[in-house]
Design a protein around this ligand. Structure first.
Ligand SMILES: *Cc1c(COP(=O)(O)O)cnc(C)c1O
Length: 598
């Protein structure tokens, strides 16, 4: 992906873009610090697939001038953070528009930078990164779009006002008239208030009737991403009134969007969306229980295959399966490729990972030894230490099976003291356990690049969340696309992706952590190690991972499902025959702009 290209290309035509995708974070390029983890990666992969499959989308996010942070770890595993400043003006073309919002009772100027996500056939999804560092703004306001997930709740609410209200205003200023607004997580929920203001065309919000709210609802789609309560932003009413002003704040109250006496972004999004979904089948069901007053559907996440498949695999696929880049269904035909060639590609990925590890840390890993990977945002429910629950047993297994290597990575949020403690725990265990047979290493600064190296290079991807908190998880999908099986708790996507002994192994549910760890060790010793010792069987498993899971857990399929079920549902298409149907417009758009359904 070339950033310099973006400076020279003309803006794509926006008038035909029917879907506006709003996300607080989007991973656009390994060189840009505009994401923190899974949510941003998913947003970026969504847009990359939308570009490859020529979808009529446009996206909105914030510029995050100081980025998320770079993680440094000292030799005890103590995390410190450094900003990652970048200057959009030297890298991206300007949208050449400034919109004015009233936020915190004063005028706020918002401009935007355009990042073009370019698909394999040249189709572009323009992404507008909103920026409040504009001359004329209050000095404090100029830093509102600096820090992704930084600052306090007041700062966060201001940012969410910029994203939702600023995004709607910017699209209007650009002449873009989407028929569907997709809130990727509740952060973007205030776009509904922006749309309501637009719908009332100058009349005050207090005059909004149910029919006006319904008109906004018909335009909105909401994806919720976690059952963990901390993932659902809420704000005090004092902040709501202070930041949004009386007119908007009282409209939110009147529309029944408060929850437990607080402004809750998830409930605003639920109230204003005609379609709501979770990000895997089980997560949809769990979310349905959390929000019984709303219908919650499921669309399982995916990853952008061409972004995550290693170079050697890409070359193999290009040689054997033309069209896989535009149509991921072709991954199924990996069954026509000799498994030994698949293994050979994986060996290269493993060597590349170990070369980078050696260069970064001076530690040498052995490419012929079974290697496990565990990399994820550090949060208590992800239970990074389950693998280390019974150190004596782990060492015994390592000795018995001819060695074992474990690579860890993951960032804790700067304000999460408990999470930082978990990283130190892994360091302490590693220092204690490292021996000839067992090697454990925690790698610094888990990001796009390291995520790619790990999922392309380890032999088995491990995931041990406490059920049912893993909404989906996507790193295991990246691994699967590279022929890497998972050893995981049956949570999130793995409920759909696990075929025991074929695409990986399930860690069975148990009453205690010790019992779950015992299951993990049993599988490692009795199923995984013996198969790893049989290269033909292992190669066959690698092939299954790609052919079975690669074919499904990709964002080409996911985007197709959003178009079919959320943006332009088939039922809406049939209702469009009735002239009075309020959902007529998107339905017509569906017929005009949904090429793959034809
Ligand atoms: C894919 C990815 C994630 C999300 O992975 P999970 O399985 O949801 O933990 C997070 N961070 C990075 C850097 C990634 O590449």
């Amino acid at each position: 992906m070339s950033l310099s290209n973006a400076l020279t290309t003309a803006a794509p035509d926006l008038s035909s873009r029917s879907i506006a995708y709003f996300s607080m974070e989007i991973a656009l390029s390994p060189a840009l610090p505009t994401y923190s983890g899974g949510l941003g990666m998913l947003a970026g992969d969504t847009l990359r697939s939308a570009a490859d499959t020529c979808r009529p989308m446009v996206a909105i996010s914030l510029v995050h001038r100081r980025g998320y942070f770079r993680q440094n770890l000292d030799d005890q595993g103590q995390q410190t953070e450094v900003d990652v400043p970048w200057s959009p003006e030297t890298m991206l073309p300007s949208a050449n528009r400034i919109v004015t919002l009233t936020v915190q009772g004063r005028e706020l100027l918002v401009r935007a930078w355009r990042f073009d996500v370019t698909g394999v056939t040249g189709h572009i999804i323009p992404v507008f990164l909103l920026d409040t560092d504009v001359e004329g703004n209050d000095e404090w306001d100029r830093h509102l779009t600096d820090h992704l997930y930084g600052g306090d709740t007041y700062y966060r609410l201001c940012q969410e006002a910029v994203l939702g209200l600023g995004g709607v205003a910017m699209l209007q200023a650009l002449g873009c008239k989407p028929s569907v607004y997709h809130m990727n997580e509740g952060h973007a929920a205030l776009l509904s208030i922006g749309l309501l203001e637009e719908h009332l065309s100058g009349n005050p919000l207090r005059e909004a009737q149910e029919i006006d709210l319904e008109a906004v609802r018909c335009q909105c789609v909401f994806t919720t991403h976690t059952p963990v309560p901390a993932g659902h932003d809420q704000f005090g009413l004092d902040h709501m009134y202070q930041v949004l002003g009386h007119e908007r704040a009282s409209a939110i109250e009147r529309a029944d969007c408060l929850h437990n006496g607080l402004m809750n972004m998830t409930y605003i999004a639920l109230r204003f969306s005609r379609y709501v979904n979770g990000v895997a089948m089980q997560h949809g069901k769990v979310s349905q229980l959390m929000f019984p007053d709303y219908k919650v559907h499921s669309i399982t996440n995916g990853v952008h295959a061409a972004t995550w498949v290693s170079k050697p695999f890409q070359e193999l696929l290009d040689a054997e399966i033309s069209n896989w880049r535009t149509d991921n269904q072709y991954f199924r035909s990996v069954y026509g490729i000799d498994p030994a060639r698949i293994s050979a590609c994986h060996v290269k990925g493993k060597q590349r990972l170990f070369d980078v590890v050696a260069k970064r840390t001076g530690q040498h890993f052995n490419p012929s030894v079974l290697t496990l990977g565990f990399a994820r945002r550090v949060a208590t429910y992800k239970r990074a230490s389950l693998l280390l629950e019974d150190p004596a047993r782990l060492v015994a297994i390592a000795e018995k099976i001819g060695g074992l290597q474990i690579l860890y990575a993951g960032k804790a949020h700067p304000a999460d003291a408990a999470g930082k403690g978990l990283i130190r725990d892994v360091f302490a265990a590693a220092a204690h356990l490292n021996s000839n047979a067992l090697k454990i290493l925690y790698l610094e600064n888990y990001d796009w690049e390291l995520g790619g190296l790990l999922t392309q290079g380890v032999d088995v991807w491990v995931n041990t969340p406490r059920r049912p908190y893993e909404a989906s998880g996507t790193s295991g999908m990246k691994a699967a696309l590279n022929g890497v099986p998972s050893l995981s708790v049956l949570d999130g996507w793995w409920i759909e992706g696990c075929a025991e002994n074929v695409t990986g192994w399930a860690i069975d549910d148990a009453e205690t952590e010790a019992a779950e760890a015992a299951c993990l060790y049993d599988k490692l010793e009795q199923r995984i190690a013996p198969m790893y010792a049989n290269p033909a069987a292992w190669a066959r498993m690698q092939q299954h991972c790609i052919a079975i899971n690669g074919t499904f857990f990709n964002t080409h399929r996911m985007v197709m499902q959003y178009f079919r079920n959320a943006y332009f549902p088939t039922t809406v298409v049939s209702e469009a025959a009735t002239p009075t149907s309020p959902v007529k417009a998107p339905a017509l758009d569906a017929l005009l702009s949904e090429p793959t359904l034809a």
